[in-house]
Design a protein around this ligand. Structure first.
Ligand code: PLP
Ligand code: COI
Length: 346
């Protein structure tokens, strides 16, 4: 199982929990053996879904110690998600200390194999036993960790995507930019519909015009125009309805470091299709903590289907992927100070 852990199926031996009560603030931080929770059937999160989560990874470094990729950015996003869901904001220092604590006891669980890492899952939920609809007065933060291989069965095999016009993931003023479980529950039916059309993933369009590309499943999207050193990268700008991905933000920086023109903007499904038809749009890929960088090979929608480039992983996609993975695994200089090193003795 550890040689082929898949994603999110195996968990390490410990977990961290911190309690919060309205009158006391945060208290009782504990590192304890991984174990099931006992929950009262009237626990608020089970009914009204008041809960948020994060996802980040620890990577084994060449000298054997572990490093976490950009935990400060995840800690900040966790606070923003909590605020949106009327949950208390965990101080960023506590978020990072929880990760350090868990890695100090379970650091051996960080896989060393290529494409493998320890996926860290911090989360927080309304623990109050009460069926009234109000912000919880009792909340629990937890951190668990899962040694993981590639999220998709073959990580660099291009995916086929379904452009959903029947369902929407997020609406202006909603919860789309928070890492909130309900955003994911609402997508499962669309994901099943995508599978019925022979697609691996759903690509979400804006919910007002059903025209503008937002994101894909649990990842953001990038489009490549042109080729070689003159290639230009475009990712949908943050409108409030898509998740501000940390991989997305990192790739905007890495892309510029590699000399590409990078930008945030708008692209419609019609422009995606016509760009592929006239050859100006050469590559597309999804990016995220779990997904890393996954090429998009072809697109299907109610209005037609098309292939991106020649349907195979493109050179710009693969170059960016390698550059990202090299920083994460300590094979390239960490120019932007993105790695948070955790040594056994820290
Ligand atoms: N979009 C959604 C809906 C996600 O769940 C994720 C995964 O975290 C992403 C984008 C990518 O974000 P990140 O790069 O921070 O993992
Ligand atoms: C992540 O990449 O951390 C995600 O949250 C994607 C998915 C597993 C929900």
């Amino acid at each position: 199982m550890l040689a082929d852990p898949g994603f999110g199926r195996v968990f390490t031996e410990h977990m961290v929990s911190i309690s919060w009560e309205e009158d006391r603030g945060w208290y009782d931080a504990q590192l304890r053996p991984y174990a099931p929770l006992v929950v009262d059937p009237a626990t608020a999160v089970l009914h009204y879904a008041q809960g948020v989560f994060e996802g980040l990874k620890a990577f084994r470094q060449p000298d054997g110690h572990n490093a976490v990729f950009r935990p400060d950015a995840n800690a900040a996003r966790f606070r923003r998600s909590a605020r949106r869901l009327a949950l208390p904001e965990l101080p960023e220092r506590a978020f990072i200390e929880a990760i350090e604590l868990l890695l100090q006891v379970d650091g051996e669980w960080v896989p060393a194999a290529a494409e493998h890492s320890l996926y860290l899952r911090p989360f927080m939920f309304a623990h109050e036993v009460n069926l009234g609809v109000h912000p919880a007065r009792e909340v629990t933060f937890m951190l668990i960790a899962s040694p993981s291989g590639p999220y998709f069965a073959s990580s660099v095999k291009p995916v086929t995507v379904w452009l959903s016009t029947e369902f929407s993931r997020a609406a202006p003023g909603g919860t789309g930019e928070a890492k909130f479980g309900g955003n994911y529950a609402g997508t499962l039916l669309a994901q099943a519909q995508a599978a019925e059309h022979g697609c691996d993933q759903v690509v979400w369009l804006d919910s007002v015009e059903h025209a503008w590309i937002e994101e894909m499943g649990g990842s953001n999207l990038f489009f490549v125009f042109g080729s070689g050193t003159r290639a230009r990268l475009l990712t949908p700008r943050l409108t409030g309805t898509l998740l501000p991905g940390i991989t997305r933000e990192s790739l905007l920086v890495i892309g510029a470091d590699l000399g590409y023109q990078v930008g945030e903007g708008r692209i419609s499904s019609a422009e995606w299709q016509s760009g592929c038809a006239d050859g100006s749009l050469t590559e597309a890929f999804a990016c995220g903590t779990a997904a890393v960088i996954t090429p998009v090979g072809s697109v299907k929608s109610a209005g037609g289907e098309w292939v991106v480039g020649d349907g195979r992983p493109g050179p710009v996609t693969m170059r960016l992927r390698q550059a990202l993975v090299d920083v994460q695994r300590g094979a390239a200089p960490d120019r932007h100070g993105w790695l948070h090193h955790v040594r056994a003795s820290d």
